[in-house]
Design a binder for this molecule. Structure first.
Ligand code: GLN
Length: 198
């Protein structure tokens, strides 16, 4: 299984490390040509969504990336990555890939509670650790979006078809279950593709 990790900014190295520990091979997406390789899933890491969004446009990677996600390639997005996917951002006029029908609020926990650690239930995985860093949360979702986790009444993880997105950073904790969950999504996708091409 080959996973592409968007590597223009943010904590992509931690995702790579965790995926490689779990037996996946990884490629970094740093420039447009990198998007023409063959891979089975994409990671959009945490960092700064405004910077990542700007770089995706400057590097001319934006449209190809959006198309791959719209075509069904599994994607896992954390924190800034969630903001990149969101159809709407409540407190910002900027919008990015708009493939995920949710409204997010950026820096939703304010300055004082900028970073914190919690443990909450994640659907199908029991209780998992959650590290939040200047995190967004999800204000609202459209009907087809499955809510996977909440922190203090606020939605912090969702799944919508091939898209898995969360406010927190599973790559910064030792627990590997969220990445495993994503790798299972990728495995399912590979199976479906194999059926279609035979
Ligand atoms: N606050 C950042 C943003 O708005 C996200 C923070 C993160 O990815 N840890 O893009």
């Amino acid at each position: 299984m080959k996973i592409a990790v968007l590597a223009v900014q943010g904590d992509f190295a931690e995702h790579k490390k965790m995926l490689e520990n779990l037996g996946a091979s990884c490629v970094e997406l740093r420039k447009k040509e990198d998007l023409f390789q063959k891979y089975d899933g994409i990671i959009l890491p945490g960092g700064e969504s405004t910077v990542q969004g700007k770089l995706l446009r400057e590097l001319d990677m934006f449209d190809s990336l959006k198309r791959q996600i719209e075509d069904g390639l599994p994607v896992m997005a954390t924190c800034a990555g969630l903001i990149l996917l969101a159809e709407n951002i409540e407190n910002d006029d900027r919008k990015y890939l708009k493939t995920l029908p949710v409204t997010v609020k950026r820096n939703a926990y304010g300055r004082q509670l900028g970073s914190f650690h919690a443990e909450n239930e994640f659907k199908g995985l029991c209780i998992i650790p959650m590290t939040f860093i200047r995190a967004p949360y999800i204000k609202s979702v459209s009907d087809e979006v499955e809510i996977l986790a909440k922190e203090n009444e606020h939605i912090v993880a969702v799944r919508y078809m091939n898209q898995l997105a969360m406010s927190f950073h599973p790559e910064l904790d030792e627990d590997e279950r969220v990445h495993k969950y994503f790798m299972e999504m990728v495995q399912e996708y590979k199976k479906i593709l194999a059926c279609c091409t035979h």
